[in-house]
Design a protein around this ligand. Sequence first.
Ligand code: HEM
Length: 119
Amino acid sequence: MLSAHPELKTMFNAESQVDGSQRRRLAGAILAYAANIDKLVALDAPLDKIAHTHARLNVLPEQYPIVGFHLLAAIKTVLGEAATPDVIDAWAAAYGQLADILIAREKTIYDAPELATAN
Ligand code: HEM
């Protein structure tokens, strides 16, 4: 992703790019979302923390499709033949929902930072 979008490089902490922790946090959040899809209230606090981290770094709505595109490509690579169109569609839908939730939370922070609880 960062080779295709070098403009995003400065946002990401160089150390955690190298040790893989950044990729693991993103993958972990997507998996937690999938595991809690029927009880999303369990994800309220973690999602709030991610939204605050993103807002501190000025993550913007238009950057979500970039991350989503590269995440789906990575899922396809990892799953290989198991990545049937239905499986990929399901992951794309889950990513889209999670992105919508985060974009909405980040918008409330950008619109009224003084009302956002610190995290
Ligand atoms: C549904 C989509 C996304 C999910 C689930 C997600 C998840 C996460 C998680 C779990 C963290 C760690 C938060 C923490 O430790 O407080 C994080 C950090 C971060 N996210 Fe996202 N993210 C998403 C989309 C994006 C997008 C679109 C961008 C913009 C390019 C972005 C940029 C970042 C950056 C720069 C960090 C800090 C990384 C570092 O430590 O260097 N994320 N994200």
